[in-house]
Design a protein around this ligand. Structure first.
Ligand code: ADP
Length: 214
């Protein structure tokens, strides 16, 4: 079972720590602010008040033994970058760091962050897309060019089989699954008919996926 540590318990860090805990993972939550630590005390496995810039204190937490450490310090960009560097130097295998801007993200990648996340930017994109395209349920970026998307079946597909709708040929995307109420049809064949209200799970190039938005 993977062990996680979250450093910085603002809104983002707290949400990550709580979600991992609910999923049954061991989570060490760290913040310099005792109030933030107290707020998650009953939710996570361990919560400690430590200044993550204090290298000795970090080491004594055994931080290098965690599989994944999430640097969720937000406003203090300097602390965010320095902690990321220290964690990599200590030998933490996977460091996920939260970036505030594109440039900050590039710096984090240069200093060794294994994954850089942009929660504000990504949530802004999601909300904007959901406002414009009412049929998009969710989207996961797989790479800068490809995404996995969940969408309510576009009108022109309803009543047709996947083969008749020629989804792959015309749109260049692949239907991985269909969600119909509680039922899930994995890898539907060409003969499978799309019904009204079906949710399609599709994968493809971002520009191709855009054409399915309504
Ligand atoms: P968010 O935008 O996700 O709410 P914030 O920047 O408001 O993020 O919160 C980041 C958290 O990181 C705060 O709770 C702050 O106390 C904590 N933090 C800042 N610097 C350090 C540090 N050096 N060590 C540990 N925690 C820190």
């Amino acid at each position: 079972m993977k062990q996680f540590a979250v450093i910085g318990l603002g809104r983002f860090g707290t949400s990550v720590a709580e979600t991992l805990s609910r999923m049954g993972y061991d989570v060490l939550a760290v913040d310099v602010d005792a109030e933030k630590v107290n707020a998650v005390m009953d939710i996570v496995t361990h919560a400690v008040q430590v200044d993550a810039l204090d290298e000795h204190a970090l080491k004594s937490l055994g931080i290098r033994n965690f599989d994944v450490v999430i640097v969720a310090i937000g406003e203090d960009i300097q602390a965010n970058i320095l902690v990321t560097v220290m964690l990599k130097e200590m030998g933490v295998k996977t460091v996920v760091a939260k970036a505030r801007t594109e440039l900050h993200g590039r710096v984090l990648a240069k200093v060794g962050a294994d994954k850089v996340v942009f929660p504000e930017r990504d949530m802004g994109v999601r909300v904007a897309r959901a406002l414009v395209a009412a049929n998009i349920v969710d989207q996961i970026e797989l790479s800068p060019d490809y995404s996995l998307m969940e969408l309510i079946a576009p009108r022109e597909f309803v009543g047709k089989s996947i083969g008749e709708a020629a989804i792959r040929m015309k749109y260049g995307v692949t239907v991985l699954a269909i969600r119909r109420g509680d039922e899930i049809i994995i890898s539907p064949g060409a003969r499978h008919t799309v019904e009204e209200g079906d949710i399609l799970v599709v994968v493809g190039r971002n520009d191709r996926l855009r054409r399915l938005e309504q």
